[in-house]
Design a protein around this ligand. Structure first.
Ligand SMILES: Nc1nc2c(ncn2[C@@H]2O[C@H](COP(=O)(O)OP(=O)(O)OP(=O)(O)O)[C@@H](O)[C@H]2O)c(=O)[nH]1
Ligand SMILES: [Mg+2]
Length: 402
């Protein structure tokens, strides 16, 4: 017999907060602290909302409504003052409920439902933090059908279909999973390039406000500045970095630290926008700077296209992705740039109703399935995919499950 309590709403002031009580002794705990309005007996039934108060030692702590979700789950809606929320949590704990984080309680509640497999649980969990409405659609589809359904089909057909066909389908799913991850979890875009090319100006244009300092002095940006932007179906954190200048890379001090920070940001980014000055010759791109971009997903931004060009776009090697002319200052070419970002991230026209892997656990197991080599091994990985506990997965939500 156990009961768990968690604050489900964000910290800070709010009109209403929700404390969730869950577990096979949740009703007993609630009965000890809840009095209905008018003193009628508390008769919980699925879907019923009951008005009353949380009391301790004869003292009313707050007037609340109780949402009776099922025999083991109750939502206590109280006033949003953090002091009241804290007091209610204290009272519940005194009566035997164990305080847990909202996410932990969510996992416990979901895993107690018999008809949910691991993938469907992960989809419901990911829905709580998804960054875009398109990402929510992808996840909603995983709950209804998606990857979970596809795995069941493979399990049923494995004896009649060659393993290679399963492996080919797994390859397709893994390929689609990377753009899906960017849509679901958001992506990091780093603005990188030589000093004075207009990186900070571009950040401000994309953000629609003055986030970063702009000046014609080289090396204006030292520490990085970021802005959140929404370019459906992507939600992106755009990071403005210090201009890369190989002549100061080994100079020591603040400048060198800024250069190193930029290198770290390039590593971390899902996409690099290499911002160059279209009005300056190609020599602005030094070899050490370009080396940092090796293996990264890149779009080259030819900024200051409002000025006479001295930059030969043909000199941009293919590996630096498409080259897009813009004027960050005048706000021209931004739509083309966004289209290029979508293209390079493979999210343009992404089919939201397709099976994808959306946690590290699923990706890891699908990769293992590709190299399983035998039907026996493949079957074992398939059942792990839908049955293994989230606990030992290295998945995105490695929360304990009892
Ligand atoms: N003509 C023109 N000037 C621009 C454009 N974008 C930026 N500038 C100017 O170029 C200068 C440098 O702009 P910043 O945005 O500070 O450049 P940055 O790349 O962030 O520079 P660092 O932080 O020093 O690396 C400023 O004077 C900007 O007004 C553009 O599209 N056209
Ligand atoms: Mg700058």
């Amino acid at each position: 017999m156990a009961a768990f309590a968690a604050v489900m709403t964000g910290q800070g002031l709010g009109a209403i907060a929700t404390v969730q009580l869950f577990g096979d002794s949740a009703e007993d705990v609630l009965r000890r602290v809840f009095r209905t309005k008018g003193g009628k007996p508390f008769e919980p039934a699925d879907g019923r909302i009951v008005l009353g108060g949380i009391v301790a030692g004869g003292e009313m702590i707050d007037e609340v409504t109780i949402g009776c979700e099922d025999p083991h789950a109750f939502a206590i809606h109280c006033h949003g003052n953090p002091l009241i929320v804290e007091r209610i949590m204290e009272v519940l704990q005194r009566q035997g409920a164990q305080a847990v984080a909202a996410e932990q309680l969510f996992v416990r509640a979901l895993t107690s439902k018999k008809n949910l497999d691991s993938i469907r649980i992960e989809a419901k969990l990911a829905l709580a933090t998804v960054k875009t409405i398109e990402g929510a659609a992808i996840l909603a589809n995983q709950v209804k059908a998606g990857l979970s359904e596809r795995i069941r089909q493979w399990q049923n057909r494995l004896d009649s279909m060659p393993l290679e066909e399963v492996v080919a389908e797994v390859g397709d799913i893994l390929e689609r999973s990377e753009p899906a991850r960017l849509i679901i979890s958001g992506c990091i875009i780093a603005l990188v390039g030589p000093p004075n090319t207009g990186k900070s100006t571009l950040l401000n244009t994309l953000a629609g406000r003055e986030k970063a300092i702009v000046s014609d002095i080289r090396g204006t940006t030292r520490d990085w500045v970021s802005a959140e932007i929404h370019i459906p179906p992507l939600a992106a954190t755009v990071i403005d970095t210090a201009g890369l200048d190989s002549s100061i890379a080994a100079s020591g001090g603040v400048e060198q630290a800024a250069q190193q920070k930029t290198a770290v940001m390039i590593e971390r980014a899902d996409l690099v926008l290499l911002v160059v000055d279209f009005s300056q010759p190609v020599e602005q791109l030094s070899e050490p700077v370009l080396k940092l971009l090796a293996g990264r997903r890149v779009v080259t931004v030819l900024n200051k296209a409002d000025l006479p060009s001295r930059f030969d776009p043909a000199s941009v090697p293919g590996q630096w992705g498409p080259a897009i002319q813009i004027s960050a200052k005048q706000g021209c070419g931004i739509d083309d740039l966004i289209c290029a970002i979508h293209r390079v991230c493979h999210v343009a026209d992404f089919n939201l109703h397709t099976p994808v892997a959306f946690t590290d656990r699923q990706t890891h197991l699908l990769k293992a399935l590709r190299h399983s080599g035998s039907n026996f091994k493949a079957r074992s990985i398939l059942s792990d995919l839908i049955e293994s506990l989230l606990l030992n997965t290295g998945g995105k939500y490695p929360t304990e499950v009892s």
